[in-house]
Design a protein around this ligand. Sequence first.
Ligand SMILES: *Cc1c(COP(=O)(O)O)cnc(C)c1O
Length: 431
Amino acid sequence: MKYFSTNRKSPEVNFKDATLSGQAPDKGLYFPITIPVLPASFLDKLAHLSNEEIAFKVIQPYVGDCIPDKDLMNIVNKTIAFDFPLKQINENIFALELFHGPTLAFKDVGAGFMSCCLGHFAKTIEKEITVLVATSGDTGGAVAAGFAGIEGVRVIILYPSGKVSNVQELQLTTWGGNIQAYEVDGNFDDCQSMVKQAFADYELQNKMFLTSANSINVARWLPQQFYYFFAWKQWADKNRPPIISVPSGNFGNICSGLLAMKSGLPFKHFIAACNTNKVIPEFMQTGNYQPQKAKATLSNAMDVGDPSNFVRILEIFDQQFKGIQKAMSSYSISDDETIHTIKKVKNDYAYLLDPHGAVGYAALEKYLSAHSQEKGIFLETAHPVKFDNTMEKILGYPLPLPAHVKSLYQKVKGSIRIDADYHALKNELNK
Ligand SMILES: *Cc1c(COP(=O)(O)O)cnc(C)c1O
């Protein structure tokens, strides 16, 4: 498979080069030149296949001959070595739980897959690979867990001081070894801009093999398709495909779902569930894309004012607004609605949502109230304990911590505090 840049000014590359470089030189995003169509015979027998068989079949055409099938099979097995259960919440609404991985959020799959691929490619590269990533909370932990102990790769994570949850901070800062976390005296935008400056610094680029692990990397983006195949595998009423609601921030996850639909999954319609960062809900109303400054909300992993994967959605639908409208609706859910939804679903159905899943649930409910004959699935993208401080404020009592989270609290935070200034970062990178 070859990938072109959405800005169309850089040459096409294979999976290996797209993964190693992250973003195209012309600052576009890599996109596959063709979208594979999976045979009906495969989709019909999904229920009888293992998750590993499904995932391999879905991802293999995208990787091509860049990784031998045997190695790719091992990578896939390692990436999805946990459950993705579909749970019924009420008559019409189901949750696809994506939080059973090592850092309790769906990003574990993309980050795990990408780290294994980079580890594979690192063997062919002389220099050590430095992965540099800014995180608002979830990405950093998933990337750290994915890369911990991988030879030939060191990982530098920047996170905003005081702006991530307790559990998130521990998942970022307690690894040691090839993982180093930097606590930046600033906000997420500062962290992001320091990373961008590093990628624009040719002196640094010449010295080290620098790459990013953010969600635009094809090796993080593409394996997220697995969730949608696992959902269809578990969906009982194959004659009535579900509506799929995806809590969205950078739109990588939902965009991979739309790709899976193009490959043949018979889903009826997608819902992009957003918090009050509503660039896409407004775009769906007006056809006008107006980036905004990100606003802080309870679902902080979705606080994005200019979703980077939007350009990929345009590619999937050949830039046709009509096609996007047919496939997708979008809703903006306020923090008040998020709190109300968490309390209501807990009371009525004894199911505890996290703030991101709650946005997905609330948006799905809105859609279903106007389409009462449909049923739907929302993606529960994180475990509620991951946001223990927020959840305690909403519920009025602390959540019981599962054993593996409790043991996190016993570990010692090991991060280096730096100013929100590129030179401070450069000094550290040069050490
Ligand atoms: C990252 C994240 C999202 C948003 O996913 P995108 O692919 O950026 O749209 C939603 N929920 C949780 C818990 C996340 O960590």
